[in-house]
Design a protein around this ligand. Structure first.
Ligand code: NAG
Ligand code: NAG
Ligand code: NAG
Length: 192
């Protein structure tokens, strides 16, 4: 009797294992904990990047274009409400003909009614050496007439996965006639 019962239980277990196999092989699991090693993450590093940003408004091939503005933008001393899209070259030296290390692609918008300060939403897409294809994302406030402006680095991709840090911008040259600017950037980022 006990023997019969145990063989029935074994048969049921075997049946269950065989027929539930494919169903449990692909669970629809929403989240799980993984160790950093599964993503190849070892030690966090701190990197310092230094380059020049060229915001070219004038001439035959501008790198920044206004895409929107409010009815009152022209009457505002700070051009409040103006929105521009940029694809600005980033070079290793202050001369725009020096080596291209990346491009600053994103939006800046005049977001302050009393001081000229921009909301910056920008991806630095790098193309230099091992950084080619990696990017950093910046989201911050840029009071353009201040000597040093600091903006948070809120993330990154490629070599800059899990990046966080800050970018400091200093105007190198600004042409009041054309509006063209060269800005020096020092970026400090933690990443793996
Ligand atoms: C606002 O200024 C721009 C550029 O200075 C000019 O082209 C445009 O006509 C102006 N718009 C209005 C409504 O004044
Ligand atoms: C930038 O470099 C070009 C070519 O290398 C040179 O002709 C030009 O004078 C330089 N500009 C400045 C401002 O140094
Ligand atoms: C960067 O990567 C792209 C795509 O893989 C490649 O076409 C390009 O030549 C690379 N540029 C540099 C400067 O290595």
């Amino acid at each position: 009797m006990a023997k019969t019962l145990s063989s029935i239980i074994s048969a049921i277990l075997l049946f269950t294992i065989i027929f539930s196999g494919p169903a449990t092989a692909k669970p629809h699991r929403f989240s799980r904990h993984v160790s950093p090693a599964t993503l190849g993450l070892k030690r966090q590093k701190l990197s310092h990047l230094h380059f020049y940003f060229h915001d070219i408004v004038s001439g035959r091939s501008p790198t920044v274009v206004q895409v929107a503005k409010a009815a009152m933008t022209n009457r505002s001393a700070t051009l409040f409400g103006g929105v521009a899209m940029m694809d600005d070259p980033l070079t290793v030296g202050p001369n725009v003909t020096s080596k291209l290390v990346g491009r600053a692609q994103g939006i800046y918008a005049s977001a302050d009614q009393t001081e000229t300060a921009l909301l910056m939403v920008v991806n630095f897409a790098f193309m230099e050496g091992k950084y080619n294809g990696s990017s950093l994302s910046i989201l911050g406030r840029n009071a353009v007439f201040s000597t040093v402006r600091e903006m948070p680095v809120v993330g990154g991709s490629g070599l800059f996965r899990f990046a966080h840090g800050y970018a400091q911008a200093r105007t190198h040259t600004f042409d009041f006639k054309t509006g063209d600017a060269v800005v020096e950037y020092n970026v400090f980022v933690f990443h793996y």
